[in-house]
Design a protein around this ligand. Structure first.
Ligand code: AMP
Length: 302
């Protein structure tokens, strides 16, 4: 099944108590595509500037990722810079330079338009909607992410995009900000009125929670002794989640629960090293071994 993603492809500057990198390939769509490519073919829609390096293009090309929809234009790539505090839970955004994304008008290659699974990764909500509108018919499953940056700056556009997706996948503080509800179950009810029928809340070291008409399903975060850099964990979660669903060709409750586990598996590998490093060295057999570990981690008898 075809999986389409639109979102940022970026250069990131990252700082955590475990180290610092000045400029590394990042972006929400990049993490998503690399994570999902372990499960299925991914069609990527994004824009990069003329500073996008050949070695970074090769990283995407080498995988199961089609980059015909990644436009190259004059100017600089999206740039984001962030710093994490001692506990790695709190992050300060130091810079968000939209650069070439400021004037981006996505145009989907013909072969992308029949997508069955669509993920609108973190980027301006009007760009997310523009991509969704170019998909022929209604996709089998459309999911999206967003963040405080867009909730604060482009709230009306975001609410319009939300009307057209099945799943919203955001972190706990964004859930509270978007719904104006502190309690996550009440927040879910509020968000269902905006459009999505499923809410997936990414809760960092506390795991992830899915709320839909079947009820609530929770997975823990994989316990790690020495996480290094949480950047991209949420996007890798989304990539594992959507990649698994597209490969299974299903959106049943059983498939969605497994997707929650594969999402958590991919997110947990990302935080083990800086940037994309761990995902780029990951083997499929390690993914399946960790998924089995998750099953053991949560098994009990009554
Ligand atoms: P995450 O840690 O999952 O929130 O994702 C971090 C990635 O999102 C980084 O690689 C950034 O390049 C990218 N990013 C940060 N802010 C934004 C934004 N406002 N819009 C789109 N992508 C962003």
């Amino acid at each position: 099944m075809s999986l389409l993603v639109v979102g940022s492809v970026a250069y990131d500057a990252l700082e955590s108590p475990y180290g610092k990198v000045e400029r590394t390939l990042g972006g929400a769509a990049t993490y998503f595509a690399v994570a999902a490519s372990f499960f299925t073919h991914v069609n990527l829609v994004a824009v990069v500037g003329d500073d996008f390096q050949a070695k970074d293009e090769a990283i995407l090309r080498k995988r199961n990722i089609d980059i015909e929809g990644m436009e190259r234009t004059a100017g600089k790539c999206f740039f984001w810079s962030g710093r994490y505090t001692e506990n790695l839970n709190d992050r300060v955004t130091l810079a968000t330079d939209l650069n070439v994304f400021a004037d981006f008008k996505p145009r989907l290659p013909e072969k992308y338009r029949k997508a069955s699974y669509v993920f609108l990764a973190n980027i301006a909500p009007d760009l997310q909607r523009d991509v969704l509108q170019q998909v022929k018919g209604r996709p089998k499953l459309a999911a999206m992410d967003t963040m405080n940056y867009w909730i604060e700056r482009t709230n009306a556009e975001l609410r319009e995009t939300l009307k057209h997706v099945d799943i919203l996948m955001i972190n706990d503080s964004e859930t509270r900000q978007l719904s104006s509800e502190h309690n996550l179950l009440r927040a879910a009810k509020h968000i269902f009125k905006m459009g999505p029928s499923t809410l997936v809340v990414k809760r960092g070291e506390y795991g992830a929670m899915m709320v839909d008409k079947h009820g609530v399903f929770c997975v823990p975060a994989f316990p790690l002794e020495e996480p290094h850099d949480p950047t991209g964990a949420g996007d890798s979660f989304a990539g594992g989640f959507m990649g698994y669903l597209a490969s299974a060709g299903s959106k049943s409750d059983v498939a969605l629960r497994r997707a929650m586990v594969y999402g958590s598996v991919l997110g947990s590998f990302t935080v083990e090293r800086f940037g994309l490093e761990r995902l780029l060295n990951l083997k499929a057999k390690e993914i399946h071994a960790r998924a089995r570990h998750f099953a053991k981690l949560t098994q009990f008898t009554l």
